[in-house]
Design a protein around this ligand. Structure first.
Ligand code: FAD
Length: 376
């Protein structure tokens, strides 16, 4: 269709930021989205007066003031601080690992006592040389107790593999804090958009130069799209775009079970991680606590999150960025470079675990390279 300058495939955050910025620069943009709603994985919808995070808990956090100001144009944010709890066989612990956790585990009261305890456990493990797998890596950083109770079961469920079979690099660093501070993130800015995330994407796409169509898969009509649009921003799976010609990239998937419960406060916190091996889900999200308990005082909406293997056709939530997949991605990226008409962006297009602030940044960098500054 010659009247458009760009076709954006995917109405997630990357596609929406690109479309918005292109429209501000006077370009006409068509956005197609295969799901029946916009906003990609940050989609939220109202259930019983509560904003439900449909694709898992999303907490916005960044230390980049420009990105924080950018996203605040499209929503007002509350002062939510992510302080997840861990439930290990019915015992509760604070996360991330901090003085509260150490006190709960061992009764220690000072940072010196906590450090000594962790150090003695690391030494008692008698690990030699470079850690050979995730288990050794975790123990070498934090000792056996925290590894056994708060890392092992959770990580094995997440990846569907034994910790001794997982590479050490998955845990390069662990968030450890020798203060009584349950704030999960170290970033300067953190919050949840009041009224949910979907409005951000709605406002990004609300422009006379942008047309949006949901329920449309690029691959249903790929040749026609490529023939009719001078330039394409593709935020779907890069390996699928190239028809898996070099092989499949690996992803992890998730299954969400959401239900309304007849209690105003189910677990007293937005996020509780289940870190034992027996509980089949990794966490329960209680959505109303992202908004300080707003919503029906008699009801609450909770979501259990189950990690799942990924097979073609499933939702690809997490790229599995091990050496093999990253090497394969590099080969696809070389093909992508040669494909002058198409720019690959976002979590699936660049096969990278992007947080929201990073995906906004990446989209703005793409806009800058493609279209330059906003006209004065
Ligand atoms: P997406 O949101 O996946 O958008 C891509 C869109 O393209 C999708 O809507 C898809 O349906 C569409 N599409 C794909 N293929 C086609 C096709 N062939 N035709 C048409 N449309 C297509 N980030 C944070 O900052 N904080 C968090 O707390 C956080 N928690 C997360 C929890 C979970 C469980 C997950 C999975 C992610 C989390 N993230 C978090 C990351 C955040 O979701 C991403 O940064 C962001 O959604 C990426 O946007 P995107 O546009 O790259 O991808």
């Amino acid at each position: 269709n010659t009247k458009y300058d760009y076709l954006v495939v995917g109405a997630g955050l990357f596609g929406a930021v690109f479309a918005h910025e292109a429209a501000l620069r006077g370009k006409r943009v068509k956005v197609i989205e295969k799901r029946n709603h916009i906003a990609g994985n940050i989609y939220t919808k109202t259930v019983d007066g509560i904003q439900v995070h449909q694709y898992g808990a999303h907490i916005f956090h960044t230390s980049d003031k420009a990105i924080w100001d950018y996203v605040n144009q499209f929503a007002e944010f509350n002062r939510f601080t992510n302080s997840p709890m861990a439930n290990y066989n019915g015992q509760l612990y604070n996360l991330p690992f901090n003085m509260n956790t150490f006190n709960e585990l061992w009764g220690v009261q000072t940072p010196a006592e906590a450090k000594a305890k962790i150090q003695s456990q690391i030494e008692a493990a008698h690990l030699n040389g470079q850690p050979k797998n995730l288990e050794e890596q975790a123990i070498s950083l934090i000792g056996t107790d925290i590894y056994q109770k708060l890392i092992k079961g959770y990580t094995e469920k997440q990846w569907g593999q034994a910790a001794t079979a997982l590479p050490a690099f998955i845990i390069r660093r662990l968030p450890v804090r020798y203060t009584f501070d349950n704030n999960y993130f170290n970033d300067t800015y953190q919050g949840i958009p009041i009224g949910g995330y979907t409005q951000i994407v709605e406002k990004l796409l609300d422009h006379v130069e942008i047309d949006v169509e949901t329920g449309v898969d690029f691959f249903a009509d790929r040749d026609a799209y490529l023939a009719n649009y001078p330039k394409v921003i593709f935020t779907g799976m890069i390996d699928q775009y190239f028809n898996y010609q070099l092989g499949e990239l690996a992803y992890r998937s998730l299954r969400f079970e959401t239900e309304t419960v007849n209690t105003g406060n189910y677990q007293g916190n937005a996020v509780v991680n289940y870190t034992d091996a027996e509980t089949p889900y990794t966490r329960i999200i209680e959505h109303k606590h992202f908004e300080f308990g707003n919503g029906d005082p008699e009801k609450s909406v909770i979501t259990r999150e189950y990690p799942a293997d990924w097979h073609r056709g499933d939702e690809p939530y997490y790229p599995v960025n091990n050496q093999q997949n990253n090497a394969l991605y590099k080969q696809y990226a070389a093909l992508a470079k040669a494909e002058g008409q198409v720019i690959f962006g976002g979590r699936l297009g660049q096969y990278r675990y992007y947080d929201m602030h990073q995906v906004i940044h990446a989209a703005l960098v793409t806009v800058q390279a493609e279209l330059g500054d906003l006209p004065q």
